[in-house]
Write a protein that binds this ligand. Structure first.
Ligand code: ADP
Ligand code: ASP
Ligand code: MG
Length: 464
């Protein structure tokens, strides 16, 4: 059985949902062939309509700030957009069921928004309740669109299928409970030869309180479903041809990486290749399930990117380059001149205490530099370290991370990389123990130039 996940742009409007229907129809056709290992399913996991999550979070913020009129206006526009997209549903019965559902969900949102406008406070729990609506309604529309085309479907409420802890806005799945819930909800639909359709990103605690898995978390939902139900493959349908050699928003002509290893994919995702949520790979690795990244705009033409445990070697030690903006460097200098015993432990304890994850670390005899991208608790961290160190911060930095399983066999690569950068100042440089990545920290203002130089050197056309 295949799990097919469709991102926001792949369900953004009626034409996108029409394309989704064709993709699922084709998958269904091959699934019903005798001997097919995928005779059940696929299980369809969908994101909110493109941009809807941002809108919902914006509405919550507006209501919390007391701008009730503005929040209501935005909410009405979002309701109208969903009702318009629902026009893709081609039978009156399926359409009216979906319209009633959309209206109920938006009526409920209006009540919540009204209450938040009075309370003037938006807690993470309320944020989740509001944000989750995006996937709840989009999945309902997609299920009805498929049903109206004659495909036997079953809409699954993700709040009854994914069980999480109570860490609102970045909840983690409770594996045993989730597996049981998926076997109680999705599996019966598969056995009945229906196509289960559910929203990604969303779950609920054991007590039934709605949670979300963090931004971009629909990929993670797909992987959770795939791992728990033993999928043969997880397909991530998106708006690009696969994992590209660099972020296409920065580099004009990146190339598609045909085959990635799990480790490469998770490094790239972690360091900014947004096409895959960083947590997605973990359940796929645990069950050794291949992941494919595919373009929903060109389902026939695009071969996409296959992600598996191992991949064949290529001639290039570098597989792709990821990049991340909005990074802060924290320099921590020991006030005792030398790095005393326990100094590093103390530093990382403080970061842990304030739940701030560190990306890149470099050390010298008397100082440690780390990068973080969530600076909300940084003032507390700096205060907590003040008794053992002088701490300074530098905002406006960026990370470039070159990734490749074969980098370990290319000892001169760092030299070539620095040479390619031809004078771009490098603030930090780190090569991880597995030697699968080389990470540079530079000023954000240098990012575009630096990425272009690196990409051109390692992936550019060789002059004739
Ligand atoms: P979806 O809505 O389908 O989940 P996302 O917006 O989360 O899609 O991810 C797809 C986007 O990721 C692409 O449109 C692209 O701009 C961005 N992206 C960044 N780095 C890469 C990369 N190395 N390869 C492919 N896409 C990338
Ligand atoms: N809709 C959610 C978001 O925008 C989850 C996702 O699309 O993966 O973050
Ligand atoms: Mg995404």
């Amino acid at each position: 059985m295949i799990v097919a996940k469709f991102g926001g742009t792949s369900v953004a409007d009626r034409p996108a949902i029409e394309r989704l229907v064709s993709i699922i129809r084709a998958a269904r056709q091959s699934a019903i062939q005798p001997e097919s290992p995928d005779w059940r399913g696929p299980v369809v996991v969908v994101s909110a309509l493109g941009g809807a999550t941002d809108r919902l979070l914006g509405i919550a913020a507006q209501a919390g700030a007391g701008d009730l009129a503005g929040a209501r206006e935005q909410l009405a526009a979002l309701r109208a957009r969903h009702l318009d997209v629902a026009g893709v549903i081609s039978t009156p019965a399926d359409l009216s069921g979906a319209v009633t559902f959309i209206n109920q969900e938006f009526d409920e949102l209006e009540r919540i928004v009204g209450a938040l406008g009075v309370l003037r406070e938006v807690t993470p729990r309320w944020l989740d309740a509001i944000a989750a609506t995006g996937e709840i309604v989009s999945s309902r529309i997609v299920a009805a669109a498929l049903a109206s085309r004659g495909l036997a479907t079953a809409w699954i409420d993700a709040r009854r299928a994914i069980v999480t802890n109570g860490e609102h806005t970045s909840a983690a799945p409770l594996w045993r409970e989730t597996e049981a819930a998926l076997y109680a909800t999705v599996d019966p639909a598969l056995i009945a030869r229906r196509v289960p359709v559910m929203g990604g990103f969303v779950g609920a605690t054991k007590d039934g309180v709605t949670t979300t898995l963090g931004r971009g978390g629909s990929d993670y939902s797909a992987a959770i479903v795939g791992a728990c139900l033993g999928a043969t493959e997880i397909h991530i349908w998106t708006d690009v041809d696969g994992m590209l050699t660099a972020d296409p928003r920065i580099i004009k002509d990146p190339k598609v990486v045909g085959h990635l290893s799990f480790s490469e994919a998770s490094e790239l995702a972690y360091f900014g290749a947004k096409v895959l949520h960083p947590a997605t790979i973990q359940p796929a690795v645990a069950r050794n399930i291949p992941v494919r990244i595919l373009n929903s705009r060109r389902p026939e033409d695009s071969r996409g990117t296959l992600v598996t445990r191992d991949r064949p070697r290529t001639g290039n030690p570098l597989t792709a380059v990821a990049s991340k903006r909005g990074v802060t460097v924290v320099d921590i200098q020991s006030t005792r001149m030398l790095m005393a015993h326990g100094f590093l432990r103390r530093i990382f304890e403080v970061f842990e205490q304030f739940r701030t994850s560190v990306d890149v670390v470099t050390t010298s005899e008397v100082s440690v530099s780390v990068t973080i991208d969530d600076t909300r608790r940084l003032p507390d961290i700096m205060k907590a370290l003040a008794d053992v160190a002088d701490v300074t911060r530098e905002d406006g930095m960026a990370i470039i991370c070159g990734v490749g399983d074969d980098l370990k066999d290319a000892p001169t690569f760092v030299g070539h990389l620095l040479d390619a950068l031809s004078g771009v100042p490098v603030r930090m440089l780190s090569q991880a123990a597995a030697r699968r990545n080389i990470t540079l920290v530079i000023a954000e203002t240098d990012l575009e130039r630096a990425l272009a130089l690196v990409h051109d050197r390692f992936f550019g056309e060789v002059p004739a």
